[in-house]
Design a binder for this molecule. Structure first.
Ligand SMILES: Nc1nc2c(ncn2[C@@H]2O[C@H](COP(=O)(O)OP(=O)(O)OP(=O)(O)O)[C@@H](O)[C@H]2O)c(=O)[nH]1
Length: 416
């Protein structure tokens, strides 16, 4: 992560920021104790070195927030961190395109500033679409989003917005007006929700106050939230932040629910959910499908001889090879040293060839441990689909895996 710049003359404040930032190894910052020093630092290092600036309003050579104007003039996202709460000053600052205005009240204020820095870092990868037929309104919203480093795209009507979203799955937030030509905001939301759910794209509707429950209608049509015009700088950003963070939390939970903690491969739950779906599609289309159960041979020995950490490392290495070999299929760590792959489109001959290649890949792969290196082998059982259920395929593959183990391991057995 890029560095941030702290412009602050109080040694105590610098010490607190240093202390809190130390707890997070991804955070790095430079300090300047005056306007002059900040200027020299930015001229010497270049503005691209900094993600953002955290600026005190009252410095010996800049007593009235002059550094804020300076960093903003360089288009550096600027967070004001001030010791005094002055309502007038605060309103004056929030008129400028600053990221936020934070009062040094407690440890939480500093933690909040560092959270903002992380947010700015993440925002760089978030695409936002602003749909409004009024150029002035679009510009107004874009101007509020840009200091927060979002990638902003604009659309002039609902139809244009829909087409942009259909083409670009990286758009994570849509801010849309209601009244637009060609397609209005409600129809836009309804159309989007046929394809993209609330956890993949946040939609915030814009409604004008006194316009007869537009906000509720937006939500009923599938928007995550709404903003009533006119809204304040802080309300705008709080709503956006709240919704984006909720989406990110859901993403984290979904990832944890479907992935194995050690290897980050998909887990049994994912395999059964996606596998049933894929198998039923294959049955409908009449395409062949094979299922392989793969098991590392004598894995217990790795743990016993080299320790549990070496065992974990081996599982991770084999998982990387699995991703390479089965990346286009549905595959998962089912538990322990057992993996499973469902291969729609492959008949038994093609599946056997793929598994044979994988067996050789594993056999030839050298796993580096702390003081030594090892190789392992795998055995696998393959079952082919003859309108069988996933459980039946699994049982047959398990019988074939048993044969492979009994036959001396390091081999593939397939149901004929
Ligand atoms: N390090 C590590 N070991 C694990 C993990 N999950 C399961 N194991 C170990 O995997 C070993 C599996 O041993 P067995 O079922 O006897 O199988 P094996 O030694 O591979 O022998 P065969 O399958 O018959 O070739 C056990 O010792 C488990 O403790 C894990 O996440 N990490």
């Amino acid at each position: 992560m890029k560095k941030f710049l702290v412009v602050e003359d109080s040694p105590i404040v610098i010490k607190i920021i240093k202390h809190i930032a130390k707890l997070d190894p991804s955070l790095h910052f430079d300090t300047a104790t005056s306007y002059k020093e900040a200027k020299t630092l930015l001229e010497d290092n270049g503005i691209d070195k900094y993600l953002a600036a955290v600026v005190d309003l009252n410095l010996p050579d800049a007593p009235d927030g002059e550094v804020v104007d300076y960093t903003l003039s360089l288009k550096i996202p600027t967070i004001v961190l001030t010791g005094s709460y002055d309502e007038h000053k605060r309103d004056e600052m929030l008129e400028k395109p600053i990221v936020d205005y934070v009062v040094k009240e407690s440890r939480f204020s500093y933690e909040y500033v560092l959270k903002l820095i992380h947010r700015l870092h993440k925002n760089q990868h978030i695409k936002v679409l602003v749909a409004d037929d009024s150029k002035t309104s679009r510009k107004f919203i874009t101007t509020m989003l840009q200091p927060h480093l979002y990638q902003v795209i604009e659309a002039e009507d609902g139809q244009q917005a829909l087409e942009i979203i259909q083409k670009d799955s990286n758009i994570k937030l849509l801010i849309t007006d209601y009244n637009m030509p060609v397609m209005n905001g409600f129809d836009l939301v309804k159309n989007i929700r046929r394809e993209v759910d609330k956890n993949s794209l946040v939609i915030i509707g814009l409604s004008t106050q006194g316009s007869g429950g537009l906000s509720a209608k937006f939500i009923k049509n599938g928007a995550n939230d709404f903003l009533s015009k006119p809204f304040s700088h802080e309300e705008f950003h709080c709503r956006i932040l709240h919704n984006i963070e909720t989406m990110e939390h859901v993403e984290t939970i979904q990832h944890a629910a479907y992935h194995d903690y050690l290897t980050d491969l998909f887990n049994r739950r994912y395999f059964y959910e996606k596998g049933e779906e894929a198998l039923s599609n294959s049955h409908k289309k009449g395409t062949p499908t094979c299922l392989a159960l793969i098991d590392i041979d004598h894995f217990k020995k790795i743990n016993d001889v080299y320790g549990h950490d070496a065992g974990d490392h081996t599982l991770k290495e084999i998982s990387v090879l699995l991703k390479q070999a089965f990346g286009r299929f549905i595959f998962a760590r089912m538990g322990g040293e057992e993996f499973c792959a469902l291969m729609p489109g492959l008949d038994i001959n093609k599946a056997t060839t793929l598994l044979e290649n994988f067996r050789e890949l594993v056999e030839d792969h050298i796993i580096m441990l702390d003081n030594t290196s090892v190789t392992v082998t795998i055995s696998a059982g393959i079952a082919s689909d003859e309108n069988n259920s996933l459980d039946e395929l699994m049982n047959e593959a398990d019988r074939q895996l048993y044969n492979a183990k009994e036959g001396g391991r390091n081999q593939i057995c397939a149901a004929s």
